[in-house]
Design a protein around this ligand. Structure first.
Ligand code: HEC
Length: 157
């Protein structure tokens, strides 16, 4: 009787030990799978983050380009508006000799035009006796406006 109990206990111990080993193996496997899953998830997140970054950069670039284009259009409109009051005498394309007296504006560089316009503003230029008249045209314009209108006229060929 005692011996059989001892044997049963021994068998139970062996079986339990076996089970314990299997459980440990299982736990080990589960842990490995968990680690792999986490790695995979990290990879996926990194990929999504990279893609999102690329897409955001693309959108930002597009917005930037559109904004620059819009700004360019506005700037061109402002420049041509500044030339609006000059059209009557110098012509829409800058090819008219104003009042039959001035030189033709078309073909002049922005630099030449700015120098002349600033000269008229300062009252130091009077080529055909009409310096005062031109001073009246530009005296209320800022240097920035003179440069802008000159840049616009410089596009006339
Ligand atoms: C009422 C007519 C009239 C208007 C408007 C007028 N101008 Fe003139 N512009 C003249 C006359 C006339 C001269 C010649 C002045 C002189 O005797 O030096 C002249 C000269 C010039 C010159 C020098 C040309 C050269 O190469 O010698 C420039 C540049 C010029 N005008 C630009 C402008 C601009 C820019 C505007 C508009 C903001 C303007 N003018 C408006 C009549 C006009």
């Amino acid at each position: 009787m005692k011996t059989s109990i001892l044997i049963s206990l021994a068998v139970a111990a062996v079986v339990l030990a076996g089970c314990n080993e299997k459980t440990q193996e299982k736990a080990q496997e589960t842990q490995e799978v968990a680690v792999q899953t986490v790695e995979k998830a990290k990879e996926v997140i990194a990929n999504v983050a990279e893609k999102t970054k690329e897409q955001t950069q693309e959108v930002a670039q597009k917005v930037k380009e559109e904004a620059q284009e819009a700004a360019g259009t506005v700037a061109a409109k402002v420049d041509s508006a500044l030339y609006g009051k000059c059209v009557a005498c110098h012509g829409i394309d800058g090819k008219t000799k104003a009042l039959g007296k001035s030189a033709v504006l078309a073909g002049q560089t922005q630099e030449e035009l700015v120098t002349k316009l600033k000269g008229y503003k300062a009252g130091t230029i009077n080529v055909a006796g009409m310096g005062m008249l031109m001073q009246g045209q530009v005296k209320d314009m800022s240097d920035v406006e003179l440069e802008a209108v000159a840049a616009y006229i410089a596009t006339f060929k």
